[in-house]
Design a protein around this ligand. Structure first.
Ligand code: PLP
Length: 349
């Protein structure tokens, strides 16, 4: 099998890093404070095994209960846990395609059959997605919304319809949900009160500028959450430090909202700039853009990726079906986006 291919993490701090969808802003000052106040003697004993303080904090925020949450070592552990818990080896895991390239890796480790349902020409769900998934007898289906790598949002109504029609478990990967325009009123969380086949994945890596911490969680009906908390989870999957820092970051909701708004504004700026250069873009509700290289460009996507890298700007190029004519570009600061636009202008004219 082929392992997951992660984005480059250069040592040089001067590189403009627009390749792995990290935020270009620091985490909350409350995180700094929590680290300053951290008492290392806490590390002598095992952490609270099920991260209950953080689960209670999440429960209060989302108006749910502790047993609607499991906290994990990054969203990626949540994906692995859902797969190992709900997909028997030899049964079917399903995903739309293209999508997050970690899904098929985790499914292969579990010896699952993988059904990949191609997205339409518009990169949206085919209208008969639920039927296709039920025909494939998918035990677990992952859909990422807003979508990676297109950035597009499928409406809450459409996802709810999918969940209600599916016979298997639906995991909605909402890694980028914090960047959705609030006016769209997208919110699937209340669905977990109603449906016992829905899991919603969230992460601190993107929205809270904490990719280095490794903290994520799943929201779901206790029928799905409890087996993971009590049976399939690693004995101490959440270290004490992450539990404390995560709580501090999550409590500073005001700061988080300023981060998300700054990303949205920078996203508009970058979208406009790239469109003016002739790139074709989806409307993104995430902190990245999937940009198709202008038809008349002197360089193809891979050459453009390499030329930018030579100039100290990292973006993501995927040598994968439907992606070889595109670059995935993380939204940076206003200044970083401006530098990128200027460099692209030079490289393309
Ligand atoms: C970033 C990301 C995740 C989770 O990342 P973690 O850093 O492990 O929390 C999950 N799904 C998608 C599509 C992502 O981009």
């Amino acid at each position: 099998m082929q392992g997951y291919r992660w984005g480059e993490q250069p040592d040089d701090p001067n590189v403009i890093k627009l390749n792995t969808n990290e935020l270009p802003f620091d985490p909350s000052p409350q995180v700094t404070q929590a680290l300053r106040n951290f008492d290392p003697s806490i590390l002598r004993v095992y952490p609270q095994p099920t991260a209950d303080a953080l689960r209670d904090q999440l429960a209060e925020h989302f108006e749910l209960r502790r047993n609607n949450f499991i906290v994990t070592n990054g969203g990626d552990e949540a994906l692995r846990l859902a797969l190992t818990t709900f997909v028997e080896p030899g049964t079917t895991f399903a995903m739309t395609s293209p999508s997050y390239s970690l899904y098929p890796v985790l499914a292969q480790i579990q010896n699952a059959n993988i059904t990949e349902i191609p997205l339409g020409d518009d990169w949206l769900h085919p209208h008969d997605l639920a039927e296709q998934l039920n025909d494939a007898e998918a035990q677990l289906t992952c859909v990422v919304n807003p979508h990676a790598p297109s950035g597009q949002l499928t409406s809450a109504q459409d996802i709810e319809q999918l969940a209600r029609t599916l016979e298997g478990v639906l995991l909605i990967d909402e890694a980028y949900v914090n960047f959705v325009d609030p006016q769209l009123m997208y919110n699937l969380v209340p669905l977990v009160n109603d449906l016992d086949n829905v899991l919603i994945l969230r992460t601190f890596s993107k929205g809270y500028a904490l990719a280095g911490l490794r903290l994520g969680y799943l929201i779901g009906h206790p029928a799905l959450i409890t087996p993971m908390v009590e049976k399939t989870r690693d004995s101490y999957n959440m270290d004490a430090l992450s539990q404390i820092i995560g709580a501090a970051a999550f409590a500073d909701h005001t700061y988080a909202q300023t981060l998300w708004q700054a990303v949205r504004e920078a996203r508009t700026q970058l979208t406009d700039g790239l469109r003016q250069l002739g790139f074709a873009l989806f409307d993104s509700q995430t902190n990245f853009l999937l940009a198709r290289i202008p038809g008349n460009a002197k360089l193809n996507a891979q050459q453009l990726y390499l030329a930018l890298k030579d100039n100290g700007i990292l973006v993501r190029y995927f040598d994968a079906p439907r992606l070889t004519d595109k670059l995935r570009i993380t939204v940076g600061t206003t200044a970083q986006n401006q530098t990128l636009i200027e460099q692209l202008q030079e490289l393309l004219t």
